[in-house]
Write a protein that binds this ligand. Sequence first.
Ligand code: SF4
Length: 227
Amino acid sequence: MVKIPFPTKKVTRATAKQMLARLEEMYPQAQTALEFRDPYELLVAVALSAQCTDARVNLTTPALFARYPDAKALANAKLDDVERIIKSCGFYRAKARNIVAAAQALVERHGGEVPSERVALEALPGVGRKTASVVLAVAFGEAAFAVDTHVFRVAHRLGLTLGKTPLDVERDVTALLPREKWRHAHHWLILHGRQICKAPMPLCGICPVADVCPTAPLVLKKKRAGR
Ligand code: SF4
């Protein structure tokens, strides 16, 4: 696979804002592809989506939630039954262990409800900053910007960040936007990463920010060299 190096310099703040504005225009209705009815279902769906597609998670969760409709039910589940239901999502043993343990913690600490504070969310088994950010932003409409693999890649390719960690990327991108746009920006970058700025080879020819993106010339150079 051809590897496209990330830019080594950030774009100017004005260019960064221009690119984000264009992505906002391109993905105005961006929202999560995960299907859920309440914060409990979202939390579980996000936990299952690690290293798995949202489509696969959406095929799996109806059976899981029919059998375990709330945290109390899942807290009392037998691990092997949960493993059987979620097997196709991959890493099913660890995921089953985590979601049952998280459900038990929800029952013990929060009366079976999903808390809307970051500290309480991140204290749940298997819940890290990214999962907490998705739950805060999507279930509770809070200002949070989750950095997954697509967001990390696209933010670097756009020259919005030189950050080494997801938290660095989060800090750099959120510094470019008003708080009320953080939760939407996460979806702009994810959708862009899935549809156009793809991991192996970005489709710069149809990208609305190609004229200002610092990676576009690098991609062109790679393509010419590969001919
Ligand atoms: S121009 Fe190419 S590298 Fe830059 S964001 Fe668009 S698709 Fe990605």
